[in-house]
Design a protein around this ligand. Structure first.
Ligand code: F3S
Length: 423
């Protein structure tokens, strides 16, 4: 690993013990990956929170120890200085306002608040969402980032043209303290070109369509870089967010191109660069139906819990849900949680959307999601969601049955208590 003078100085302790530990971690990590140098980053999105019961014994000894252990993988507790890079907190396990509805213990909430005060003082912006790009962290084209969370990473690479691999808690912590990350994987131009082609032979337009296409793409290409060509339309933040989250769930996709729409693919030629498609896959009506069926893990049509907002909803999505629920009332046996970043929730309160959702009997939650918190309403047996990612993970995590469908189908189930689907 070649180091600059500044990096060597950090390793040798010029920035203090925490920075030295961080640099040591990055060097070992980079060497294991085969990176020959580090790259500067001023954009880190990581997980620095203390919101799980297993952290409590460490947190009781102090937040320096939590950061040292969890974000630097250090057995020695070191003093944590202000972050060197612009850094934000991703999703956490608790909604700071609605934690009682989640069934969380007040002591855990107190621990999370103490931890947030600690990391906030050290320059970590508490966005508390898996969609930092919706609330102020929008990487510039080609910007080197160190992000965690698969749906955020694929959005950063594919939709925005930022450059990141999927980092872990430790490498993100080390990057935040040093402003460096190993230069490998999707930081390198040659790894960002397409290697597989998805031919879309059925119209893909709605958010559900894009989620299903993403699920197919991940299943087919696994960790390769797909180029999506054919009958796609309506490309926007919401659709790309769902496409990416879904592709990163059924496969390990971290980068993709939609020629004419995504920033590194003004054409299919540009998307593939020097590569040729090693394989072509056709997404047609049969494949679409197969994906839809794969995402249904329920048989019981009596629904208890509707989860909307995976990845976290945009303000337009919250507004749409509010409009659909305006003047209506959820079925008394159904709980509806709408998830959105806290900053967007503030706008939704001011816009009257939260009031409309609450008047219908729903709750707008922030900071967390059921798959990450592993908390769902007590007694839930059957869930319904408009997110392919949540339908992929939550039934296994929470040991429940799951329905996947459009937002309209989910709202309808919320009002009637029955899943009818809409395929
Ligand atoms: Fe975000 Fe949770 Fe979905 S982290 S992408 S809402 S599983």
């Amino acid at each position: 690993m070649q180091l600059t003078d500044a990096e060597r100085a950090m390793r040798d302790g010029d920035g203090g013990e925490a920075v030295a530990a961080a640099m040591d971690l990055l060097i070992r990590y980079g060497e294991a990956l085969g990176a020959d140098r580090l790259v500067k980053t001023d954009n880190v999105a990581g997980a620095f929170n203390a919101s799980t019961p297993s952290i409590r014994p460490i947190a009781e000894r102090g937040m320096e120890e939590v950061f040292s252990k969890l974000n630097l993988d250090s057995d020695k507790t070191v003093e944590i200085p202000h972050m060197a890079a612009r850094t934000c907190q991703l999703i956490t396990g608790l909604d700071d306002q609605n934690w009682a509805l989640q069934g969380a213990d007040p002591q855990l909430v107190e621990m999370q608040r103490k931890n947030e005060a600690f990391i906030g003082r050290r320059g970590i912006n508490l966005f508390a969402t898996c969609t930092p790009y919706q609330v102020g962290n929008v990487p510039t084209f080609g910007e080197h980032c160190a992000w965690m969370e698969s749906s955020a990473v694929i959005y950063c690479n594919g939709a925005l043209g930022g450059r990141t691999n999927v980092e872990g808690k430790e490498s993100a912590g080390a990057a935040a303290l040093t402003g460096r990350i190993p230069y490998w994987g999707y930081h390198l131009t040659e790894n960002r070109y397409g290697t597989r082609r998805i031919r879309v032979d059925v119209p893909v337009e709605t958010m559900m369509d894009w989620g299903l296409l993403g699920y197919f793409t991940g299943e087919m290409v696994e960790e390769a870089v797909p180029v999506i060509e054919g009958q796609v339309s309506g490309v926007d933040l919401i659709r790309l967010k769902h496409f990416g989250a879904s592709a990163a769930s059924s496969g390990g996709v971290e980068m993709y191109h939609v020629p004419g729409h995504t920033p590194e693919a003004r054409s299919a030629e540009e998307a593939f660069g020097p590569n040729r498609a090693e394989e072509d896959f056709t997404y047609d009506a049969t494949a679409r139906k197969r994906m839809y069926e794969m995402l249904q893990s329920a048989t019981d049509r009596k629904v208890d819990f509707i989860m909307l907002g995976c990845p976290h909803n945009s303000i337009e999505q919250v507004g749409r849900i509010a409009h659909m629920l305006d003047g209506k009332r959820l079925h008394p046996d159904v709980v509806l949680w709408v998830h959105t970043p806290r900053a967007i929730r503030e706008v939704a309160v001011r816009s009257g959307y939260v009031g409309l959702i609450e008047a219908a009997g729903g709750t707008v939650m922030s900071d967390t999601c059921p798959a990450i918190s592993r908390r769902i309403p007590a007694g839930t047996r059957v869930i319904a969601t408009d997110s392919a990612k949540q339908a992929h993970y939550l039934p296994a995590i929470a040991k429940v049955q799951g329905w996947f469908g459009s937002l309209e189908a989910c709202i309808s189930a919320g009002l009637t208590g029955q899943w009818t689907g809409d395929f």
